[in-house]
Design a protein around this ligand. Sequence first.
Ligand code: 5GP
Ligand code: MN
Length: 336
Amino acid sequence: MNNFIPQQPILTQLLQQQQKIVISSHANPDGDALGSSLALYHYLKTLGHEISVIMPTELPDFLNWMPDFDKVLVSYTQAEICKQAIEQATIIFSLDYNALSRVNEVGEWIGSSTAYKVMIDHHLEPENFANAQLWRTSASSTCELVYDFFELLGVWDKVSLEACNCLFVGILTDTGGFRHATSPRLFRVVANILEKGVDNNLISDLVFNDYTIKRFRLLVYCLSQRLELLENLNAGIISLSMFDHNEWDIKRGDLEGVVNYILKIKKLQLAAIVTERKEGVKLSLRSKGEYSVQEICKKHFNGGGHRNASGGSSSENLRQTVQKLKDIIAQNPPIG
Ligand code: 5GP
Ligand code: MN
């Protein structure tokens, strides 16, 4: 958090004047990407700035109840509007990502902008593209860091219930319902958030119990038909082909959390879901304890993330990618 403190007076001063602000987050936005972006949006809106929230790809439907969800611009479908907003921006926030390559063409536009850039993130190995950074890998979520940001600016008392609802969503999703990446400090932060009037039960229900019948059946299909258990390697891999995508009409967010079910098997330490999409093959990995899936994603799949939750992509086909992953795991299997 300290790396931000020298720049904090600059930002406080900038925010006292009317600015054109862009808040951006990563491709395939999740609860933390949306929660942190919308929380910051709700606060900055009260100061009267002109604000655009931009994400590179489609938003997950299961979060469409979040306040001002429909204000988010998607550069994949609204490229010109997004490009223009970034060109005109005087301040750009990069939330929940640490490299411009994580935001597709938005990254190129941000790279050539002269706006004051602020990165708020908790992923490993950040690139140095911002003027100010609020970065801490021990943070549960970017939402926890946006809370810190409000505290650092000394504005927590002005942060609205709407913004707090958004912060709660990101913390809830990135910690898998307070099961991982938590700390005593996080629970204190959450206590402050709840004191603003956030309805913990309602939001947990909206976030976790929102499956459509189709999505639920897809989960059952993944676990019953598409899961390969590699018991000797203490790992499990779900793979989904383009055919599965078409057959199930899989949309963004439909597979959210599926990979985590694999780790419910006590012995398993590593879980993966490998999906074949129009854009190529995408991997999503999870692990327990010291075993780092971030290293696997970074070294072999042009990706990264956190030690126990990382993603990447592959230019090979589905079968080849799954085989490559198996070989990598076999060379260095987690201890069960
Ligand atoms: P998920 O597996 O849920 O898509 O992502 C898990 C974590 O890895 C998230 O923190 C996400 O930001 C990160 N991540 C996912 N895909 C990629 C990728 O292609 N590149 C990088 N650098 N990080 C990724
Ligand atoms: Mn996050």
